[in-house]
Design a protein around this ligand. Structure first.
Ligand SMILES: Nc1nc2c(ncn2[C@@H]2O[C@H](COP(=O)(O)OP(=O)(O)OP(=O)(O)O)[C@@H](O)[C@H]2O)c(=O)[nH]1
Length: 253
């Protein structure tokens, strides 16, 4: 396999993405062969010895789901690197992943985030990964009605393939494109309430609520993993409602 960095790649920390080209590559192989180390070496130009998750102490797996083109890859890259991939849209093939460590109430929590292909033809591949996920971020595109209409079908699949107590969050992405909005924020809220899941609108372009989505998930999972006696109870829906930002302009056509 010949891994070519994009022309704009300069090495080191920080985003260096070409505006026009996005290469998507999947690393496959048995557990422990060094897929993560290879990815870190390519991304940061260094080898991190020892077990990453062992060093961090606590880790969770989060999966991004939703129709093709809703912005899952951009959402992940905005969270991981603080950059937005504009330009040509290249659909994800199969599954891809990134790690990021976040700090929750003073503790370091590693999130391993799986970016799945939204296209129907990859569904059987992605189903195989559902059971390993502790949280699912389910995205639709506020400018694309069918991506919203398909949320019920996604939830049916989730109930069929995922863990019974998986944490689910519904996200209406591309909230920055208010002029092309076709799904009202209230519609997202109503659907989320019906299924008892937290909801917010996000923008992988501006970064609105992107970090909050992952932080809320990390808080909920850490809370579930081992609540300390003096720790107050954590309600993810209340937390999201109190913290989320709303799009500044709410024009609706
Ligand atoms: N304006 C705007 N565009 C976005 C946003 N998120 C993604 N896009 C654009 O939407 C297109 C699709 O984004 P991707 O992140 O590749 O979509 P995906 O959900 O990963 O698609 P699949 O890999 O096929 O499942 C790209 O052209 C992005 O630039 C957003 O928040 N705002």
């Amino acid at each position: 396999m010949d891994l070519q960095r994009p022309d704009s790649y300069q090495g080191g920390a920080g985003p260096h993405f070409s505006d026009h080209v996005l290469h998507k590559t999947i690393l496959v192989g048995d557990s422990g062969v060094g897929k993560t180390s290879l990815l870190v070496q390519f991304d940061q130009g260094k080898f991190i010895p020892g077990s990453f998750s062992a060093t961090v102490g606590i880790g969770f797996t989060v999966m991004l789901l939703g129709d093709s083109g809703v912005g899952k890859t951009c959402f992940l890259i905005q969270f991981k690197d603080g950059a937005f991939l504009s330009g040509t849209f290249i659909a994800t093939v199969g599954i891809d992943f990134r790690n990021k460590v976040v700090t929750v109430d003073g503790a370091r929590v590693k999130l391993q985030i799986w970016d799945t292909a939204g296209q129907e033809r990859f569904r059987s591949v992605t189903h195989a990964y559902y059971r390993d996920a502790q949280a699912l971020l389910l995205l639709y595109d506020i400018t694309n009605k069918s991506s919203f209409d398909n949320i019920r079908a996604w939830l049916t699949e989730i109930h069929e393939y995922a863990q019974r107590d998986v944490v689910i969050m519904l996200l209406g992405n591309k909230a920055d494109v208010s002029s092309e909005r076709v799904i009202r924020s209230e519609d997202g809220e109503t659907l989320a309430r019906e299924y008892g899941v937290p909801f917010m609108e996000t923008s992988a372009k501006t970064g609105m609520n992107v970090e909050l989505a992952f932080l809320a998930i990390a808080k909920e999972l850490k809370y579930r993993a081992g609540r300390q006696p003096d720790e107050p109870s954590f309600q993810i829906r209340d937390y999201v409602e109190s913290q989320k930002k709303r799009p500044s302009c709410c024009s609706f056509v």
